[in-house]
Design a protein around this ligand. Structure first.
Ligand code: BES
Ligand code: MN
Ligand code: ZN
Length: 490
């Protein structure tokens, strides 16, 4: 996929297809107006007759319009004009509109597509175009989605192409890792991807194998790994964008490469998509790749706890008592509540290496989807001001996060009988929060935000702007958060 800038008028665009936008009311935006003039008022007439819809994200395909060089014109509706410019127009519409158009056009092979959307920022259009034309059909011979060879962007600066290109490719990296089957992406192979990414973007990587994890007494993570023939790993990737600039931001990801549930085995339909249980780790890896490629002047370390949760004669059991790296003892009441066990040790490693702030991402609980649905991330924290920073970053890129409470009484539910704590609450009520209260035990006083991405990380059916499967949700938020730290809004 090659991206380039174009300054040609829309009707002269040197591409197989051109994408322009229209809104409710008002005159046509510049690129659509150019096409309209070249096509003797065709667009105006079609909008007036309702044949072209201005509804948000509706797409109208016009093939073979005379007077226009591109073989296909795709008109994307953007709905109502923005009510205020307070947010610099950045509420995710640029990303979603570009991705929607790209996905629609990628339904059949096309060499080149030009984007002339009346939206900002341009980097989001670039990123959306790159992710929209890539799908989950990695192993299908008869492709549902074929990516373009050339993507042209009207009026883009080199910086827009660089930033948007990096974001788009990192989102696609995270999506690919999640969409690939667990026979290919397992702790060792994921750790190799971390090493490859680090080498490519000027980061350092450190991989802990079983021996090191034992030496570090990561008893909770290792217990989850016991039932699997796959060796566990902890992958650490470090970007030093501000050498000598103080302790880093830690991004911690759950990387369960397949979650069978263990001896508390999942039913078949609940197990089906559990290759996606490493989406937190994949998102962390992709975000750090872009933070490094953009050379953001900030120190960020990614920690990815990589294990497979399987069933065997060596599996950890219900009733087992684990000693976490922090020294806390944990009673296992359900081997399917494994993510919090993995994260307990990974958070402790991050803490002991000295971090200023933490964000963890995890496909942690089905309960979070019961609370918030499939399309909203659950956010929980021990530090409101830090949460507000993360929420502001999410809002500015248009990713949806909703805060859940962390009242002390939820912690009563995870008190243990024979050990300090147990790995599930009493019953299933408030399950997203009791999971967060468990994690809170391992972060001390460090400002920490937990993002439960169980819903948005993976789609069972496509959205207009994203094929089914992995989404890379929250990656743009993490990059935005790092740039807000870098630009000293500290
Ligand atoms: N990985 C799952 C959570 C999940 C479920 C993510 C569905 C995405 C879609 C997690 O390890 C899990 O199994 N959680 C249990 C916890 C329970 C046993 C307390 C759950 O949510 O049922
Ligand atoms: Mn589980
Ligand atoms: Zn899991």
């Amino acid at each position: 996929m090659k991206t380039e800038s174009t300054s040609k008028p829309a009707d002269q665009a040197d591409a197989d297809a051109i994408v322009v936008s229209v809104r409710d009311g008002g005159p046509l935006p510049p690129a659509a107006a150019e096409l309209d003039r070249a096509a003797a008022g065709l667009l105006q007439r079609l909008v007036a007759s309702g044949e072209i819809s201005t509804r948000e994200l509706s797409c109208t395909r016009l093939p073979g319009v005379s007077g226009i060089k591109a073989g296909v014109v795709l008109v994307v509706g953007l709905g109502k004009p923005p009510s205020s410019a307070a947010n610099h127009g950045r509420e995710g519409l640029a990303y979603r509109a570009a991705a929607t158009a790209a996905r629609m056009l990628a339904a059949r092979p096309r060499k080149s597509v030009a984007f002339a959307l009346d939206l900002h920022p341009l980097e989001d259009i670039v990123a959306g175009a790159i992710t929209g034309c890539v799908g989950q059909d990695l192993y299908r011979h008869d492709k549902n989605i074929t990516s373009f060879e050339r993507l042209l962007f009207a009026g883009a600066l080199a910086d827009d192409l660089h930033r948007g290109g990096s974001l788009g490719h990192s989102i696609n990296l995270a999506r690919r890792l999640v969409n690939q089957p667990p026979s290919e992406i397992f702790p060792e192979s994921f750790a190799e991807e971390v090493q490859r990414v680090a080498q490519g973007c000027g980061c350092t990587a450190e991989i802990w194998d079983r021996h090191r994890l034992e030496k570090e007494r990561c008893g909770a993570l290792l217990a989850v790994a016991k039932g699997s023939d796959r060796e566990p790993r902890l992958a650490i990737i470090d970007w030093q964008g501000n050498p000598g600039g103080g302790p880093p931001l830690a991004l911690v990801g759950k990387g369960v490469t397949f979650d069978s549930g263990g001896l508390s085995l999942k039913p078949a339909d609940a197990m089906l998509d559990m290759k996606m249980d490493m989406a937190g780790a994949a998102t962390v890896l992709g975000a750090i790749q872009t933070i490094a490629q953009l050379k953001l002047p900030v120190n960020v370390t990614g920690y990815m706890g990589l294990v497979e949760n399987m069933v065997s004669g060596r599996s950890y059991r219900v009733g087992d008592v684990l000693v976490a790296r922090s020294g806390k003892t944990i009673e296992v009441h359900n081997t399917d509540a494994e993510g919090r066990l993995v994260l307990a040790d990974v958070l402790d490693v991050a803490l002991s290496r000295g971090v200023a702030r933490i964000v963890d991402l995890a496909t942690l609980t089905g309960a979070c989807m019961v609370a918030l649905g499939k399309h909203v991330v659950g956010g929980m924290t021990n530090h409101q001001a830090w949460y507000d920073r993360v929420a502001a970053a999410a809002a500015s890129v248009g990713e949806s996060v909703w805060q859940l409470p962390m009242f002390a009484e939820y912690a009563d539910q995870i008190k243990g009988q024979v050990a300090d704590i147990k790995n599930v609450g009493d019953g299933r009520w408030g399950g997203a929060i009791t999971a967060a209260k468990f994690l809170e035990q391992f972060v001390g006083d460090t400002p920490w935000v937990h993002l439960d991405i169980a819903g948005p990380a993976f789609l069972d059916k496509p959205l207009p702007w994203c094929d089914g499967g992995a989404t890379g949700y929250m990656l743009r938020t993490l990059v935005e958060l790092a740039s807000s730290l870098a630009s000293g809004q500290d």
